[in-house]
Design a protein around this ligand. Sequence first.
Ligand code: FE2
Length: 427
Amino acid sequence: MLDLLIQNATLPDGRRQMSVAVREGKIVEVAAGLIAAAQDTVDAQGFLLSPPFVDAHFHMDATLSYGLPRVNQSGTLLEGIALWGELKPLLTQEALMERALTYCDWAVAKGLLAIRSHVDTSDPSLLAVDALLAVKKQVAPYIDLQLVAFPQDGVLRSPGGLENLKRALDKGVDVVGGIPHFERTMSDGALSVKLLCELAAQRGLLVDMHCDESDDPLSRHVETLAFETQRLGLQGRATGSHLTSMHSMDNYYVSKLIPLMMEAQLQVVSNPLVNITLQGRHDTYPKRRGMTRVPELLAAGINVAFGHDDVMDPWYSLGSGDMLEVAHMGLHVAQMTSQAAMRQCFDAVTTSAAKVMHLKGYGLEVGCDASFVLLQARDPVEAIRLRANRLKVWKKGTLLAETVEVVAKLHVQGRPEAVQFVSNREN
Ligand code: FE2
């Protein structure tokens, strides 16, 4: 007897009328038209069944704080960092946890079941670290929350920065972060990358740095990150987040840089919603988009994920935990409009992001966790087009969230009464 049998689903690889069988939280069979006894049988009606969404880059300690203590007037990254500095002394563990838990509720409803969140380690109290470690424990049954020790004020620039970061790791934070472009000088930035990569190598941890989140084409810390990654044998274990300066770099230099990144098996996270709003703010016209070179990195064989980065915080006033909105923006900003490229944008918020996080048991193969999202869409491209409704969300075979099918009721004479926005069903 199965615990759950989902029938008549379309899978992201295009297979239709597929059944997925679940026992004890794991996928035990994936086959066309499977009929078997199950505690619970769900007719997917030909809709898309995907592994859950994954956000490879987020700031859960700041989320839902929009307007506290004031809004970001200039809309720039630097005012956002200053504003976060004004908010930090006012934070309480209770309020921070409450906001983070509310965001996790939104995430579950949106089928977002794995999040890598940076957590600011600059404050010696490590209040945000303690709060997010408690949240991580609380949400563990339904969200994989991975934490990155992030020295927002600069690991060398802020007093005690490195010590505080190490203490955060001692407390159980998973990944070593950094922000080399925010250190005082280029050489301090490079030194911070070296120190932090050495720390990760010593402790056997992954690395994920905010790197070159700047429009300055000479912000080249990604080169040092690639170098230290290969020097220390961290291949495949380090991620460069943002890399927006690559947008503005000289093409010749990039033709040298990308092979170095490839050699280090560096992973990349781009944050389209936030990059398109924060970058190019010092430009008049033409205005740079500022997002890193996603199609070129993918063409070189580098794994690229998209992150949400911020939701309603000092840097970004919008968002709802919808990774399809992130993919939609990434597709537009990078002009990834071919069928294959649009599919890559879906991967960037699912499988590619899972790879950045080194998630285990992720996917739709036999033996993987039975964690899924059923989308009111026929395929991944349509899911992005519609930012599709999440009909059902399961974690390890347990139903976590449902949203009713969206159907508009028309009152137009001679026209159908019910309108969905999905393409014609074949089933
Ligand atoms: Fe970030």
